[in-house]
Structure formats: structure tokens, C-alpha cells
Design a protein around this ligand. Sequence first.
Ligand SMILES: Cc1cc2nc3c(=O)[nH]c(=O)nc-3n(C[C@H](O)[C@H](O)[C@H](O)COP(=O)(O)OP(=O)(O)OC[C@H]3O[C@@H](n4cnc5c(N)ncnc54)[C@H](O)[C@@H]3O)c2cc1C
Length: 439
Amino acid sequence: MLEGGETLGGGCRSAELTLPGFVHDTCSTVHALALASPFLSALPLAEHGLELAHPEAPLAHPLDDGSAVVLERSVDETARGLGPDGDAWRGLFGPLVRNSESLFGDLLAPLRPPRHPLLMARFGLSGLRSAVGLARSRFEGERARALLAGCCAHSMLSLRTPASAAFGIVLVTSAHAVGWPVARGGSQRLADALADHLRSLGGTIETGRLVESLDELGGGPVLLDLTPRQFLRVAGDRLPDGYRRRMSRYRYGPGIFKLDWALDGPVPWRAPEVARAGTVHLGGTLDEIAASEAAATGGEHHERPYVLFVQPSGFDPTRAPEGKHTAWAYCHVPHGSTRDMTGAIEAQVERFAPGFRDLIAARHAMDSAEVEARNPNYVGGDINGGVQDLRQLYTRPVARPVPYGTPAPGVFICSSSTPPGGGVHGMCGYWAARAALRG
Ligand SMILES: Cc1cc2nc3c(=O)[nH]c(=O)nc-3n(C[C@H](O)[C@H](O)[C@H](O)COP(=O)(O)OP(=O)(O)OC[C@H]3O[C@@H](n4cnc5c(N)ncnc54)[C@H](O)[C@@H]3O)c2cc1C
């Protein structure tokens, strides 16, 4: 395995971005999809040092009235906090959670006849809708609508786009079914466990080895963890014109602006139950979140952006010196944006946790350009390896019977620009490897 960066892990790396003793994840932290993944969950990663830490509740969503909606591990407990929408929550998620293993097996795969057609039909009836459409038709109260909207917004799509509900349904189902844990000690531990496992099987790893051309690589199948734009560069003239043209039409989505903080104490949430959660969605109501996501996908910066906030040190104390804490947050911004969103993000945290700014001992900021500079797979700051709308979810990187294969013999693509798309689940690599083994 050849890695261009000086350290291993790509979207699963940790570093002391702020002060000594504070461990920050430069990218992913919450590993629900790793647990839901049929492939990663089957690997003996615990034997290679991986320990998962679960927060008491996967997610909290504070509101302006001082209360918070909590996504609990249990469907029933969550439903109890949703007032009139409790039954609708149970009706939507109960059957999916009860059959989650089958559901994830079908969803975390390329387009193929589903193994569980009735279950997939049930999922599709809601998942193919827009997040706004689903939330408004299934729920009457603001609490359930907001909770669902925050989860759907991980899609980086406008919440009025068809199928923008799918991402949220998958995330909520994973929260109920397997939880939203973090790797104790930082996400780097997950990458390190994978690397250790690979070495134990006889694999070799070289870091600091940025591959510029396919000509540098020997014979045998080659799997490239690259998005289309990088692949075109590296493959040079080995690709026919028609394929190149189709690849160059691949669409990338909005970027992110991310902050990492070293904190002098726990976040002073106005609603105390927010402290029980690992992830916090800051953005108020469905309408507000929808407006924020419409702006980012439409090329604009929103003054009050929807903010995805993660506070791992509350349940993984290895991440900060005693009594101190780490947290990170990002908001979606237009593709390639270099606008400083520090003030806007911190204002959203202050809105639900007055006094937060006073706790900041140090901060580290990354705009979309820097996100890409640190990892070339995040083109323009797009952390999903390209737009994940209906048109591009299964046709990533181009429509082909085996999307992982390319016209260059023995060359396969295994990045999140292949199905099933972004997130730390390892399934793009798994399916690409199966395609490579078939030849
Ligand atoms: C801030 C942030 C937060 C996130 N949070 C979560 C989360 O909580 N949960 C979750 O599931 N997902 C999360 N994600 C998304 C997730 O990290 C990505 O979707 C996923 O890592 C993409 O996988 P990938 O294999 O396509 O690319 P990566 O994991 O980025 O790996 C690509 C690797 O290839 C290397 N590379 C690129 N070009 C070359 C080259 N030419 N030669 C050699 N090496 C090269 C890169 O250095 C990198 O190591 C987050 C991402 C970011 C940025």
C-alpha cells in the first residue's frame, strides 16, 4: 500500500492540532458506519488495538426554547421525547432497526438486485423523498422534524432534493441499531489497527509516497483510492477519450469549513442533556437547516449555518489532559470556499451554549482549500468524494456494469467516488477488491 501523506489514515487521522496533550481528529470521528459495515465489523480490529467508546446518547439537537431533542440508542426512548410524533418515529424506524443488518448489507453495496427486496422497498418509499418532504409528511411537530433534518443534512445535498432523506434514515437507523461510537484515543487508532492487520497478513505499507502516474506501479491489479479528477491525472493517456470525457463530467459537491478546539472545560449547554451526546446538531428548526443547506449547495455562505458538532472527550477522556476537553465542528460552504466561518460557527455554538467562547484555550481552523491541501481526495473540500444525489450515487464514478473497473486493464478505483459513497465503512474498497479478484 502506498500512501501519499506522511501519516497513514486519510479520513481517519488524529493530530495535536492545538496544544500538547489534546488529540484531534483531522477528519472523521464518529464510526457508526464502520460498525454497520459488513466488512469492517468482521475484521479482528480489537486484536490490533482498536477500542470503541460509546457516548450515552448518539446525538442531541438543542432548540431555541432551551430544550433539546435526544436521539437515544433505543427507538422507544427517542419516541418518548418526540411528543405527538413518537408513534410516527417508531413506525418509520422500528422495522428498519429490527432488520438493520440486512438493510446495511443491501445499502452498502453497488447497484444490484437487493437480497431483501421488501425491506429495500420500505426503505426506498421514505429514502427516495426529499428530507423536507418526508419530515413534513411524517411528523407534525418541530422536534421530530428538526431531528431528522439534522441527520439528512450530512448528505451535503439541498434538503429539497429527491433522496436527500436517505442519508438521514441510514444515520438514524445506525444510531438505534449499532450506536455512534468513536475510536478510543482518536480515529488514528482505527487506521493503525487496519494497518497492523494488513501487515499481519503480509502486506507492506509505504508512507510519503505520492503516486503521480500509473507508470510508477508494477503489474498485477492496482486499486486506486482516488476521486475522478485525480484518477484522470494519474492515468494519463491510458484511458480512451470517451471514458475521459465522461469522467471529467463527474460532479463534486460543497465543501466544509472546520474548527477544532482545545477547551478549558465541558461545553456549557443550556439544555444539560446535550452533554450526554457525542454528536450535536446546531441549526434549530427544519426550515432553518434547509435554508442553510440550500445556500451551501447554491454557492452561498449562510449567516447562521447548520453546524455539525462533535464532543468526544466527554466519554473518551484520553483525548485531553485531565479536566480539559476537545471538540470540533464544521459547516457546509460552497465548493472550494476560502471564507473564514469561525465567527458564524462559534455564534451557533454560543446560541445553545452561552459562555462557550470563554472556554476556548486554542483553536485550529481549516477552510475548504486547506481540507483539500491536507488530503487530495477532498476536492474543493467535498468530504463525500462527489455529489451523492440520485443521479450520481450508483453511477459513481461513471455508469458501468462494474463501477470499480476502468478501461485500463487491471486498474480499479476504490475511493468514496464509487458506490456506496462517503463515510468510513470500507465498503468501496471491499467491492473494488472483489471486482479485482474476479479480474
Ligand atoms: C472533517 C471531516 C469529518 C468527517 N467525519 C466523518 C465521520 O464522523 N464519520 C464518517 O463515517 N465519515 C466522516 N467523514 C468522511 C470520511 O472521512 C470520508 O468519506 C472517507 O474517509 C473517504 O474515504 P476515501 O477512501 O475516499 O478517502 P480517504 O479516507 O481520504 O483516503 C484517501 C487516501 O489516499 C491518499 N492519496 C490521495 N492521492 C494519493 C496519491 N496520488 N498517491 C498516494 N496516496 C494518495 C490520501 O492521502 C489519503 O490518505 C469526515 C470527513 C472529514 C474531512
